[in-house]
Design a protein around this ligand. Structure first.
Ligand SMILES: Cc1cc2nc3c(=O)[nH]c(=O)nc-3n(C[C@H](O)[C@H](O)[C@H](O)COP(=O)(O)O)c2cc1C
Length: 205
């Protein structure tokens, strides 16, 4: 057991262990972008994405209205980290200049391969075992910058089709949790899953 005394702290970030997602979007010229992120959750077929408003992913989603939420397996963490310092925004926004550089083609930069999506224009990422194709619905600003412009936003998208690698599918429409191993972002470190502990009463497989 860990020590049970507590300390009040103010962590710089609160990535307390969420799956990594790679959001693919298209810009107005038909150029495909990849935005690594981990602030994503699902309820039914709606997904909420927490996105910085000065990123290309946010801009493309709001203007082009479509994306694919590609869920990588744990073994892709090095490819993801190799595009972590890149942005598809040109010019690079002032507040990202110190840490980020512009890259038009993050597929090549990260060694990712495109595959055609079924219902949306942005390509899916080959090798990501789960690909959720989605359309933009709305966004709600969560915070504003000094000039009053939205800084970060909760973007709601609606999933229109799901593609899963056959190896992780069981029966017709279920994901086999024994086979699906998401990449977890745990306070800025990458982790795979630990061992199976149990299941909820609602689990059908
Ligand atoms: C593992 C990981 C998780 C991240 N999570 C988020 C996130 O949840 N929301 C976000 O806006 N940016 C997140 N980022 C940062 C973006 O990837 C970064 O701002 C990137 O430049 C966005 O690219 P874009 O401007 O081409 O969209 C994350 C980065 C990594 C590597």
């Amino acid at each position: 057991m860990l020590n049970t005394s507590y300390k009040t702290i103010r962590p710089k970030i609160l990535y307390f262990g969420t799956p990594v997602a790679l959001i693919t979007t298209m810009d107005e010229h038909g150029n495909a972008n990849i935005g690594p992120m981990s602030s994503v959750w699902a309820l039914g077929y709606k997904l909420v994405l927490g996105l910085g408003c000065n990123g290309k992913t946010f801009q493309n989603l709001v203007t082009q209205k479509e994306c694919v939420v590609n869920l990588p397996s744990a073994d892709l963490h090095q490819n993801i980290e190799s595009i972590a310092r890149l942005t598809g925004m040109y010019p690079v926004p002032d507040d990202k200049k110190a840490l980020y550089t512009y890259e038009r083609d993050k597929f090549s930069a990260g060694g990712f391969e495109k595959m055609s999506s079924q219902l949306v224009a942005p390509p899916s990422i080959k090798g990501c075992p789960l690909q959720l194709e989605a359309v933009f619905e709305s966004y709600a600003p969560l915070d504003h910058d000094d000039e009053g412009k939205p800084d970060v936003a909760a973007v709601t998208v609606r999933v229109v089709t799901v593609r899963a690698q056959e190896e992780i599918v069981t029966g017709e429409n279920h994901i086999n949790p024994e086979r699906w191993s998401p990449l977890i972002y745990n306070f800025r470190h990458y982790y795979g899953l630990g061992k199976h502990l149990g299941k909820t009463f609602k689990a059908e497989v």
